[in-house]
Design a protein around this ligand. Structure first.
Ligand code: HEC
Ligand code: HEC
Ligand code: HEC
Ligand code: HEC
Ligand code: HEC
Length: 239
């Protein structure tokens, strides 16, 4: 797939041409299968193992910062999923009381920990393989909030996809950076404060920037200071 796309991308960027180039319906079929699966449709919400993991409770109500679990988002392209030991740190038999969390609800965490197993969380967001590794760190450090791409995670008992994550969706934001970044960039130290970010964007849309928790924040200054220039060339995102 990778080699096929590499050549195709450089020379013949249309589906008709792809068919001619690949010459095999099976390849095209495989491509369509990978290009339109259920993973990256808006609303996709797979059933998670055990009793699941509730972001509304942990990130919303308890206020645990995203980076407590997704430890690498600022430093690496990959936003890692935490290991069982992160959960066990709170859900060991002797920690959070069984009056607060019934033992049965977190037994799957303890079982996995005891057996040194991982929990097989099901992937929600996934760009196709012919897209390069999506760089979380670059976006976070530019002041793009998780909210812009994942929606109000702090209100989700079960994570679902809220954005199309299509090529047009990526490029819309990249192109708008030089025009109107105010709807896309927030103060860098607030990227994980999703309730404030949502409030900020809602107030901006309603023409009430003066009431925003980030009152006085000027995104174009950030774009200027950090010289933000998101790529639009094919090679930046494709092999
Ligand atoms: C206590 C740990 C913990 C905290 C805090 C946490 N997460 Fe998660 N997150 C997880 C686990 C475990 C999963 C995998 C299970 C799932 O998808 O629900 C996950 C999954 C996700 C996913 C879906 C990943 C995929 O498969 O595509 C997103 C997006 C996400 N988290 C964003 C956030 C954001 C944004 C915050 C902060 C507001 C946050 N998380 C806080 C543990 C955490
Ligand atoms: C910082 C401590 C902390 C961490 C880390 C943590 N939890 Fe929790 N968890 C809690 C507390 C406290 C509650 C009870 C909250 C309440 O009911 O108000 C809870 C509740 C739960 C529940 C029962 C509520 C429900 O969803 O039905 C489950 C299941 C659970 N956690 C799973 C996990 C998993 C899986 C992880 C790791 C990805 C994890 N927790 C990480 C503190 C933590
Ligand atoms: C500019 C958009 C964007 C922003 C901002 C963003 N993400 Fe993502 N996130 C994505 C995309 C796209 C994927 C799928 C990546 C892939 O398939 O390689 C993803 C995947 C994930 C995953 C799944 C990773 C895995 O390996 O299972 C987690 C967890 C996640 N993001 C958490 C976060 C958190 C936490 C934040 C904020 C601190 C955040 N993301 C900010 C676009 C974004
Ligand atoms: C809400 C706005 C937004 C969205 C959505 C978005 N980006 Fe970006 N992207 C940015 C900004 C801002 C930068 C930072 C540019 C810089 O640092 O110069 C960036 C930079 C990048 C870079 C350059 C990385 C580097 O090393 O310089 C790549 C590649 C990229 N984005 C890919 C994607 C892909 C793929 C998607 C869709 C899945 C996406 N982006 C969605 C705003 C966005
Ligand atoms: C900012 C990142 C980015 C840039 C720049 C980019 N693409 Fe894409 N492209 C994507 C993503 C993400 C997808 C996957 C879309 C999906 O999952 O639906 C994609 C998908 C595609 C597809 C598959 C059909 C489709 O639309 O889903 C083609 C063809 C394609 N890109 C060609 C190009 C060409 C040609 C260029 C240069 C003019 C280019 N791309 C530049 C991110 C990018």
């Amino acid at each position: 797939m990778r080699v096929l796309f590499g050549k195709w991308m450089n020379s013949l960027p249309t589906f008709g041409a792809l068919a001619a180039f690949g010459g095999l319906c099976a390849v095209v079929g495989g491509f369509w299968y990978y290009a339109t699966p259920k993973y990256w449709r808006v609303g996709y919400m797979p059933i998670q193992p055990g009793t699941g993991f509730n972001h509304q409770l942990h990130a919303g109500k308890l206020g645990i910062d995203c980076r407590y679990c997704h430890t690498n988002v600022e430093t690496s392209p990959e936003a890692n999923i935490p290991s069982v030991s992160t959960c066990y740190g709170c859900h060991a038999e002797t920690h959070v009381s069984s009056q607060i969390v019934p033992d049965a609800k977190v037994q799957f965490v303890r079982d996995a920990y005891a057996k040194n197993d991982s929990i097989e969380w099901r992937r929600v967001h996934k760009v196709p393989d012919y897209v390069r590794n999506f760089p979380h760190n670059v976006h976070i450090n530019a002041g793009v909030s998780c909210f812009s791409c994942h929606g109000q995670i702090m209100g989700m008992p079960i994570v679902a996809q809220t954005q199309p994550m299509s090529m047009g969706w990526c490029l819309d934001c990249h192109r708008e950076m030089g025009v109107n970044p105010q709807n896309r960039i927030v103060p860098q130290d607030k990227v994980t404060s999703l309730h404030e970010v949502q409030q900020h964007f809602t107030l901006l849309a309603g023409g009430k920037a003066g009431e925003s928790p980030f009152k006085g924040f000027d995104a174009s200054k950030v774009v200027e200071a950090l010289k933000l220039a998101p790529p639009e060339n094919c090679g930046a995102c494709h092999y």
